[in-house]
Design a protein around this ligand. Structure first.
Ligand code: NAD
Length: 295
C-alpha cells in the first residue's frame, strides 16, 4: 500500500485565516464592526505564553482587535470574575478566552461558566455544549480543536460520513466528547474509548476515522489502524531524543506516525496538523461572534 497522504494542517489553517481576513475586512468596511478577541492569562505557565502569543499573532493577521489581560498567578477568583464581567459588557469584545490551565486555587469551571455564552469562542460554556450535543452545530460555539479536526475529516471524506465507523480515543470535555457530537451529527457511527476501554487496539482497528486525543506519546501503533483509515492525531507530547549524542526536545503525537503512515490513507502530522487548525478555528468563532452582533 502507498504511504498515507499527509494532511497539511498548517497550510489548511493559513487558507482559512486568509479567508477570515477577507470577510473581516468586509465587516469593517460595510458595518464598522472589527472583531475583538480578548485573552485572559493568569500566571506565567511557559507553554500557555507560547499558545497566547500564537493566538495574538493570528488574530492580528486576520485584522482583529487582539487584546490580552495578564494577571498575576496569585489573583483571586473574584478578581478574575470581575474582569470577565467587564469583558462580557464590553461591546468591542466579541470573543473571550481564558487560557487553561489555571493555577490550582482557581475553579476552572466557575471561571469558564462566567463567560457570556455569546462570547464563549472556546465553546466551553454549558449552553454551547448543550446546543452542540442537541445537534444545533451552526448555532453553538464548537470547541476549536474538534471543530478543526472535523474540517480536516470533511476535506478527506466529505460532509456526510454515513456508513463510516469513527473511533475517538479520549473522552475529555474539550476534545473527545465534542468530537463525538460532531461526528455523530455528520452521520458517522461513533465509539468513544478511554483509559478503561477493553482491547483498545481491536476497537481502534474498526475505525474508518480514528481520532487520538490521549496525551501519550506514540501510543497508537501501526497495527491498531485499519488499512485506508483517516487518522487525526490530536496529541501533543514533548519527548527527549538522542541526536548525535545530544539530548533534544521533540514534539510527537499520540500516534506512532512512521508506522501509521504505512497503513492509513491520510494522517495529520505532529506538529503541523491539528495545532494550527485549532487557532484558525478560534478566529472563525470570533468572526462569527462579531457577525452575530451585526444583525
Ligand atoms: P485529557 O487528559 O483531558 O484526556 C485524556 C483522555 O485520554 C482521557 O479521557 C483518558 O480517559 C484517555 N486516556 C488516558 N490514558 C489512556 C489509555 N491508556 N488508553 C485509552 N485512553 C486513555 O486530555 P485532552 O485535553 O483531551 O488532550 C489530549 C491530548 O491532546 C494531549 O496531548 C493534549 O496536549 C492534546 N491537545 C492538543 C490540542 C491541539 O490543539 N492540537 C488541543 C487540546 C489538546
Amino acid at each position: 500500500m502507498a504511504d498515507a497522504a499527509i494532511i497539511d494542517g498548517k497550510a489548511r489553517a493559513a487558507e482559512l485565516s486568509a479567508s477570515i481576513s477577507v470577510t473581516t475586512a468586509a465587516l469593517v468596511d460595510e458595518k464598522s464592526i472589527k472583531p475583538g478577541l480578548t485573552v485572559v492569562i493568569v500566571g506565567e505557565d511557559p507553554a500557555s505564553q507560547v499558545y497566547v502569543r500564537n493566538k495574538k499573532r493570528t488574530a492580528e493577521a486576520c485584522g482583529f482587535n487582539s487584546m490580552q489581560h495578564t494577571l498575576p498567578a496569585e489573583s483571586s477568583q473574584d478578581e478574575i470574575l470581575a474582569l470577565i464581567h467587564l469583558l462580557n459588557d464590553d461591546a468591542s469584545v466579541h470573543g473571550i478566552l481564558v487560557q487553561l490551565p489555571l493555577p490550582d486555587h482557581l475553579d476552572e469551571r466557575v471561571i469558564t461558566q462566567a463567560i457570556s455564552p455569546a462570547k464563549d469562542v472556546d465553546g466551553f460554556h454549558f449552553q454551547n455544549i448543550g446546543m452542540l450535543t442537541a445537534g444545533h452545530v451552526d448555532e453553538a460555539f464548537v470547541p476549536c480543536t474538534p471543530a478543526g479536526c472535523m474540517l480536516m475529516i470533511e476535506d478527506q471524506l466529505g460532509k456526510d460520513l454515513s456508513g463510516l465507523n469513527a473511533v475517538i480515543i479520549g473522552r475529555s470535555n474539550i476534545v473527545g466528547k465534542p468530537m463525538a457530537s460532531l461526528l455523530l451529527q455528520a452521520n458517522a457511527t461513533v465509539t468513544i474509548c478511554h483509559s478503561r476501554t477493553k482491547d483498545l487496539p481491536a476497537v481502534a482497528r474498526s475505525a474508518d476515522i480514528l481520532v487520538a486525543a490521549v496525551g501519550r506519546p506514540k501510543m497508537v501503533k501501526g497495527d491498531w489502524i485499519k488499512p485506508g483509515a483517516v487518522v487525526i492525531d490530536v496529541g501533543i507530547n514533548r519527548i527527549q531524543v538522542e541526536v548525535d549524542g545530544e539530548t533534544k526536545n521533540r514534539l510527537v503525537g499520540d500516534v506512532d506516525f512512521d508506522e501509521a503512515k504505512e497503513v492509513a490513507a491520510a494522517i495529520t502530522p505532529v506538529p503541523g496538523g491539528v495545532g494550527p487548525m485549532t487557532i484558525a478555528l478560534l478566529m472563525l468563532n470570533t468572526l462569527r461572534s462579531a457577525e452575530r452582533t451585526g444583525g
